[in-house]
Design a protein. Structure first.
Length: 292
């Protein structure tokens, strides 16, 4: 039974329309966004959710407009039912991801995107995952393509510790290389090594683009693919990708002149974040130009 249906008669019509129907089941924890108008009803909402999902151990609320940590992308969460421990293990696409939802970013809604990217990877690629969180993209790729090598960077020490644990849990040691550090400093050290760079940080990825392009393989057959995440506003359709594409091209041509050409391989809306505002991904094929 759906939550809104189960709450009929418990919340009035006005409260029911305010209640956002989406929530995430992560391992044995539910995270639900609850608007201010119905926040006082959080306990009854949690009890009702628990009746629908009796195996759930903890239910936590993210108040609408809750603070999101600018750097680590974690959200304020408040346990409203069950025990306070927000550490759980989530199963996705044959992988296990251990996370503590108080301290690390994790979204099960990115599962399609993780699989989409993983399916593009060829068997012996070297990859850099610049904002890897607890290692989800990296671990999925390592499981699907065990001969790859994936440098997996995150600045959050909690994410790094969980990433190391997840690498062991999923038996991909040696394929995924967890790195604790700032992406710009770590990318500096990885010049010319990568076939593919994954940049899942929509608000800020653009400022790391020159370093990501520099990290792609050099030489005659150099270049590679950058999965570039950005925020775009407007109507759904191909034009939604024009502004981020032009931004990426401008940034790369300012840094490298016409020695690199940027082609759009695929563009996709990852999720809607506000009316007519979207997180988008652009798969950019970066080609090194040869001049005689
Ligand atoms: C949106 S999350 C990435 C989620 C992850 N790719 C996944 O699939 O779960 C962004 C991550 O980037 C990390 N981050 C933010 N700024 C960073 C930086 N300058 N260098 C490295 N990591 C950074 C945050 O700690 C956070 O874990």
């Amino acid at each position: 039974m759906k939550l809104k249906e189960a709450l009929k008669g418990v919340l009035d019509e006005n409260e029911l329309t305010k209640l956002i129907k989406s929530y995430d089941l992560i391992g044995d924890v539910i995270i639900i966004r609850i608007p201010y108008e119905v926040y006082s009803k959080r306990e009854i909402i949690a009890e009702t959710l628990h009746k629908i999902y009796p195996r759930v151990r903890t239910i936590a609320a993210v108040p609408l407009y809750a603070h999101t940590d600018e750097l680590y992308r974690t959200r304020d969460v408040q346990v409203i039912w069950g025990d306070e421990n927000l550490e759980t293990t989530h199963r996705e696409s044959g992988c296990s991801f251990k996370v503590d939802l108080k301290h690390v970013f994790f979204s099960p809604r990115l599962s399609y995107e993780r699989m989409r990217v993983a399916q593009k990877v060829l068997p012996t690629e070297t990859i850099i995952n610049t904002f890897s969180g607890v290692g989800c993209f990296s671990i999925l790729i390592a499981k699907m393509q065990p001969q790859t090598k994936i440098y997996s960077i995150d600045v959050n020490p909690y994410a790094y510790e969980y990433m190391k644990e997840n690498v062991a849990l999923n038996k991909v040691k040696g394929t995924v290389i967890p790195i604790l550090g700032d992406a710009s400093e770590e990318l500096e050290k990885l010049e010319g090594v990568a076939d593919r760079v994954i940049m899942p940080l929509p608000e800020h990825a653009h400022s790391f683009l020159p370093l990501a392009a520099r990290a792609l393989k050099s030489g005659e057959r150099g270049g590679g693919v950058i999965h570039y995440y950005d925020v775009s506003a407007g109507r759904k359709g191909d034009t939604l990708f024009n502004v981020p594409l032009e931004r990426a091209r401008d940034i790369i041509s300012s840094a490298f002149g016409n020695s690199l050409r940027v082609e759009l391989e695929e563009g996709r809306i990852v999720r809607s974040v506000a009316p007519r505002r979207y997180h988008v991904v652009l798969d950019l094929h970066v080609v090194r130009m040869r001049f005689s």
